[in-house]
Design a protein around this ligand. Structure first.
Ligand code: V47
Ligand code: SF4
Length: 353
């Protein structure tokens, strides 16, 4: 019974795989969402976090060419781009008083490891107080091969150069059969988890994501969530979980957008299953401004940030703007009956509104 599972979650008892699966199969999104909201309040009272940030993609040239990715290009393709480090510094300079820069990109076939070290160094030199949240586990694995350093050493050197935190991308769906169809060239789910474990051991906080709504089953989603929960039990190094709503346009695998109901249900169930994650993020770029506002009543306590420039979602049919003013974000949160809290990349509080 759904009621029993929700009572279990409310009393703080951990949900198991069967419970999570039953929630995904259920249509009772109102009750699931209500309980997720109550559980969210236990973690964060009535607060909703946001960050004044800017996204930067140094390049969309990528050797992996995942089947769900409309953003990537091969070298020489129309629309392929490469930013210089000066371009990146200028983009940050033009963005005003940022608290975080979020940097992810393709796996470039020719750039040396030193490009990435110089990028971090130049950003820190020009903007000493700015947090750098950069490089998915997929990029970290690639950089460790590029630099010929082991995983630990690669992460250590990047941290020394200014890496403050890592984003949660590249997780997709851990199940190998799904991954083989979605992104056969990408690192395995096990390797993604290993890289985040190592980052946590070195004191680098990270996020986690799950790309849902394509070819995966509910069982795959549950397996994905439980593997994240298990690692979080061991390290405590994850800050936020972000369900990523699949965008199908211009991709190899095609398909449909997940329904709004699936989006809300996935946010709410994530809140209930990931009892050891402090934050669940409703990424407004992928959910849309209005649905992400409703997600704040379905267990989400973070809405990401100002973003400014976005390519990954928009290449695949994203319909939102690429940028949202801080005042708009505050308004969305307030009109959901929540308290807007501006944070930095490490969830230190900047201001409560
Ligand atoms: O790794 C690619 C996903 C990710 C599509 O950690 C797609 O704070 C939907 O991880 N439809 C990058 N998703 C974005 C990401 C992220 C975004 C915002 C905040 C944070 C954070 C992380 O986007 C990729 C991939 O999983 N993606 N193509 C698509 N067609
Ligand atoms: Fe490359 Fe990332 Fe796109 Fe895959 S999802 S093709 S790794 S940019």
């Amino acid at each position: 019974m759904i009621r029993d599972i929700l009572d279990k979650a409310l009393s703080g008892e951990r949900l198991d795989a069967e419970d999570a699966l039953e929630l995904f199969r259920s249509d009772e999104i109102h009750s699931i969402g209500k309980v997720a909201d109550l559980v969210s309040k236990k973690h964060n009272s009535n607060r909703v976090y946001f960050v004044v940030n800017r996204h930067i993609n140094p390049t969309n040239i990528c050797v992996n060419r995942c089947r769900f990715c409309a953003f990537s290009r091969s070298k020489g393709d129309v629309g392929a781009f490469e930013l210089t480090i000066e371009d990146i510094v200028e983009k940050i300079r033009g963005a005003g008083d940022l608290k975080e820069v979020h940097i992810v990109g393709g796996l470039h076939p020719e750039w040396p490891f030193s490009y990435y070290l110089d990028m971090l160094g130049k950003i820190k030199e020009n903007f000493p107080g700015l947090h750098i949240k950069a490089f998915t586990a997929v990029e970290i694995d690639y950089l460790s091969r590029l630099g010929g350093l082991g995983l630990t050493e690669t992460l250590r050197v990047l941290k020394e150069q200014g890496l403050d935190a890592m984003p949660g991308g590249g997780a997709e769906i851990f199940n190998k059969a799904v991954r083989d169809r979605l992104c056969p060239e990408k690192i395995s789910g096990e390797r993604w988890l290993e890289i985040h474990r190592e980052a946590h051991i070195l004191g680098i906080k990270t996020n986690a994501t799950m790309l849902y709504g394509h070819i995966e089953s509910y069982e795959d989603r549950v397996d994905h969530l439980l593997r994240l929960r298990e690692l979080q039990d061991q390290t405590g190094g994850f800050q936020a979980f972000i369900p990523l709503s699949y965008h199908p346009e211009n991709t190899c695998i095609g398909g449909r957008f997940p329904s709004g109901i699936d989006d809300l249900k996935t946010i709410a169930i994530s809140r209930l299953v990931l009892d050891n994650f402090r934050h669940i993020k409703a990424y407004w770029i992928m959910l849309g401004e209005k649905l992400s506002q409703i997600a704040l009543l379905f267990g989400a306590d973070d809405i990401d940030g100002t973003v400014i420039e976005e390519h990954i979602t928009h290449a695949a049919g994203g319909k939102t703007a690429s940028s949202m003013d801080k005042s708009e974000i505050i308004d969305i949160i307030k009109r959901a009956g929540k308290i807007p809290v501006e944070r930095d990349a490490l969830y230190n509080i900047v201001e409560i509104y």
